[in-house]
Design a binder for this molecule. Structure first.
Ligand code: AKG
Length: 288
């Protein structure tokens, strides 16, 4: 099955909160067509040209200090951009509290990013090429028993949509790739952590997800022929998805905001729908 897009319009009572969580955990993308996130006249400049040093893909803030990384501009402009990201972080938290209250107090907000570059024009290695269908996995930042929830918003000022492809459900994808992945070595995982190549021990789940991510992106026949659908997110639209579960690729668009959040698998309404438990079920044993 291809990941469904579930539209959640205002106003009125949010459609049954339980069913939104159910849809999200089942692999849907929740799309909010009309939430407000206004820019001031001063802030409009951030969608007129990229305020980025160009060294990294994105500009972001992380952690309590919310130090701005990868930005360009005067100190005043950089502080204003940081404030936009802080406001977006609060906006994402507000969305979760209103529409996904079951997760309030359980989610941890991580990085917030400003993505000012045109997707098409980024010249990246295949591994970093997010136009290829993939699920998210972080090489140096093991996720373990957490889920990756992301809140995206298209802030393009010229009507340009964020063009995504979404792919088939995680289980069907895993059936095609699981046999091809190399075995997990607890010893290598220990070594990577000791050498501080990873920030914590890479679990078997992290190992499988990294290799899935790479195998998917390298398989051009799969990229072209796998079940998939084009989705165009218009400016002003906000969308939320578990990006470790939903196969996605970004095909076009410029100027976007993104918030990452982590949710413990055990805080899900149904942990069996997590990629952690799906992979364990397919292997017929708990992951190490
Ligand atoms: C990702 O961050 O995993 C993406 O695929 C990028 C999404 C986007 O830039 O629209």
């Amino acid at each position: 099955m291809i990941s469904p897009i579930v539209s959640v319009p205002r106003p009125g009572a949010p459609p049954g909160a339980t069913s939104l969580v159910e849809a999200l955990e089942g692999g849907a993308v929740l799309m909010f067509p009309d939430l407000d996130f206004p820019f001031s006249a001063f802030e409009e400049r951030f969608v007129e040209r990229p305020f980025a040093d160009g060294k990294a893909k994105n500009v972001n803030i992380r952690g309590e200090a919310a130090e701005l990384r990868g930005a360009a501009g005067t100190p005043e402009e950089q502080e204003a951009l940081r404030q936009v990201l802080l406001r977006y972080r609060a906006f994402a938290q507000g969305l979760i509290d209103r529409y996904l209250p079951a997760y309030t107090g359980k989610l941890t907000l991580a990085g917030t990013s400003y993505r000012p570059f045109d997707v098409d024009r980024r010249k990246l290695s295949w591994r970093r090429d997010d136009t290829r269908l993939h699920v998210d996995a972080f090489p140096s930042n093991p996720i373990g028993e957490k889920r990756i929830l992301r809140v995206f918003r298209n802030i393009n000022p010229n009507g340009q949509p964020r063009h995504w492809r979404v792919g088939e459900d995680f289980g069907s994808m895993a059936d095609k790739f699981l046999d091809r992945l190399p075995g997990y070595s607890p010893l290598s995982a220990k070594l990577l952590a000791a050498l501080r190549i990873t920030k914590a021990r890479r679990s078997e789940y992290d190992h499988l997800m990294l290799h899935l991510h790479d195998a998917l992106k390298q398989d051009m026949a799969y990229q072209e022929s796998a079940p998939q659908a084009d989705v165009h997110f218009a400016p002003g639209q906000t969308w939320v998805t578990f990006s470790d579960l939903v196969m996605h690729g970004a095909m076009g668009g410029q100027y976007m905001l993104e918030q990452t959040a982590y949710l413990p698998v055990t805080s899900q309404a149904d942990a069996a729908k997590s990629p952690q438990r799906i992979l364990a079920a397919k292997l017929g044993r708990p992951l190490r």
